[in-house]
Design a protein around this ligand. Structure first.
Ligand code: NAP
Length: 103
């Protein structure tokens, strides 16, 4: 299933958990906010503490959100593609997850 979902647009929270229980994949479109890119003090704060970019944190949060979440972030820049691929190696600590949940 594909639908609009990101750190600041979480109407599908319960649906994602339900799909995960049934082993059905969920692809969030606009994972970085799409036409209105995500901007948040909490997001920037976590990124700064971890030494990565806010967009990388937003993608890392989605990967950690549930096991059935698959990512297809859109980009027209090779530099961003590399940053987005590197997200698989970012481990968000519990305090970072807690801060991001406040968004
Ligand atoms: N099913 C549907 O109805 C539906 C609707 C909309 C979208 N989608 C799909 O969902 C996917 C994502 O959608 P989307 O591309 O519109 O939205 P998105 O991934 O949320 O955002 C893309 C924007 O983020 C920027 N970006 C990407 N990586 C970045 C990075 N590392 N740092 C900073 N900025 C970064 C891109 O700019 P740069 O080009 O400068 O990197 C672009 O402006 C696509 O595959 C799209 O086809 C599906």
């Amino acid at each position: 299933m594909q639908n609009h979902y990101n750190l600041a647009h979480r109407a599908d929270d319960a649906l994602i958990d339900s799909l995960a229980a049934d082993g059905i994949a969920y692809v969030p479109f606009f994972p970085l906010g799409g036409f209105t890119p995500l901007q948040s003090t909490a997001l920037s704060g976590v990124a700064s503490r971890l030494g990565v970019t806010p967009m990388q944190v937003a993608l890392a949060w989605l990967l950690r959100r549930a096991p059935n979440v698959l990512l297809i972030p859109g980009t027209s820049r090779v530099e961003h593609l590399r940053e987005n691929l590197a997200v698989a190696e970012i481990d968000l600590p519990a305090d970072a997850m807690k801060a991001l949940e406040q968004i």
